[in-house]
Design a protein around this ligand. Structure first.
Ligand code: ZN
Length: 338
């Protein structure tokens, strides 16, 4: 049964007609560096946590790219440099992309997003879903679960063993995959647009999602309204205060064009407290992927390092073997509705 579903997933992924567009913000930022100066495409925004608009520039990615580089970038799923300007708020310390593409541009981009390669790590993503569910079940063992930004629905497919799954996903392609291949109830669009009943869900999850939102504060407020009293919010997001982020600075793999916010445990818990949640669990989050996938994550580092990793994986014939890694730079957090 599992193989049958995996085969359907892979064949569905291969049917995708468009090239990879998952890093659509790269297109906005990269195809024309002059676009950065266009007020119709980029906007300056105040801090989403404290509302102040004074900040220091933390990182500024090089935008000296040719059209050819930009084309390569769009076709790659693992580029993480060229992220634009990242700032730190003087008031509360929140780190975020500023300026950034206007919300309309982002929403249209996400709606168009397709990623036929997503299915290649289907087994890994299913295992990672069970790692998340192991934590969630410490607080809620069953009930109605909403996954915000559910992508192709792998997490919800794993969750359905214990929960009644429901998803919201801006990508038309991914939402259709979840509905047609996995038969999961998924609404296409943003959480703000979703037609969902208040006080309805036992669990709301945001797996690698909050860093992509244009207004995380209002999404947390909506998540709170959707939850029952004492409902659980589960978040996984990169940790800008981690050791690797501080050591690697502008070369940290968490810095990506599609990431608009870079939370630390402190800023994330502060936003949760302000939106009516009490943090009850926090730790670093590890994941399982194939050795080939992990080696590919090194593709943006100096060539000798990435080439050596790929060669080693190939010679040891472990491309398809799984490796669990906790690089201590991803936050896993549970919060209860107050
Ligand atoms: Zn602030």
């Amino acid at each position: 049964m599992k193989n049958m579903i995996t085969n359907r997933i892979v064949s569905w992924g291969r049917q995708a007609s468009c090239p990879l567009t998952t890093r659509f913000i790269c297109q906005i930022l990269m195809t024309s560096p002059s676009a950065l100066r266009s007020p119709s495409i980029l906007e300056l925004v105040p801090c989403n946590l404290c509302g102040r608009d004074d900040f220091s520039v933390l990182f500024n990615s090089p935008l000296r790219v040719s059209e050819k580089d930009a084309a390569d970038f769009m076709a790659s799923t693992d580029r993480f440099d060229h992220y634009g300007q990242i700032v730190r708020c003087h008031g509360c310390g929140l780190v975020y992309a500023n300026p950034r593409p206007v919300p309309r541009q982002l929403q249209e981009g996400y709606a168009r997003t397709e990623d036929a390669d997503y299915a290649r790590e289907a087994s890994s993503r299913s295992i990672n879903a069970h790692i998340s569910l192991h934590t969630i079940k410490k607080f809620k063992e069953r009930g109605r679960l909403l996954d915000v930004g559910c992508a192709t629905g792998y997490f919800l497919n794993a969750a359905r063993l214990s929960f009644e799954p429901c998803g919201v996903e801006p990508s038309r392609w991914a939402g259709r995959f979840a509905r047609e291949v996995l038969s999961i109830d998924v609404q296409q669009g943003s959480l703000e647009e979703a037609d969902l009943q208040d006080d309805w869900f036992d669990v709301v999850t945001m797996n690698d999602v909050i860093e992509h939102l244009t207004d995380p504060r209002s999404c947390l407020e909506k998540a709170r309204r959707l939850l029952h009293a004492q409902g659980l919010l589960y978040i996984v997001t990169p940790n800008i205060a981690s050791l690797s982020a501080r050591l690697l600075r502008g070369r940290w793999w968490g810095l990506r064009p599609a990431h608009l916010y870079y939370f630390s445990p402190k800023t994330l818990k502060a936003m949760l407290a302000e939106t009516g949640f009490e943090t009850v669990f926090e730790k670093s989050f590890g994941r399982i992927f194939t050795y080939a996938y992990w080696a590919s994550r090194l593709s943006n580092y100096p060539r000798p390092i990435s080439a050596a990793a790929r060669t080693l994986v190939r010679r040891l014939k472990i491309e398809d073997k799984f490796l669990y890694l906790d690089t201590r730079d991803t936050i896993e957090l549970c919060a209860l509705k107050k």
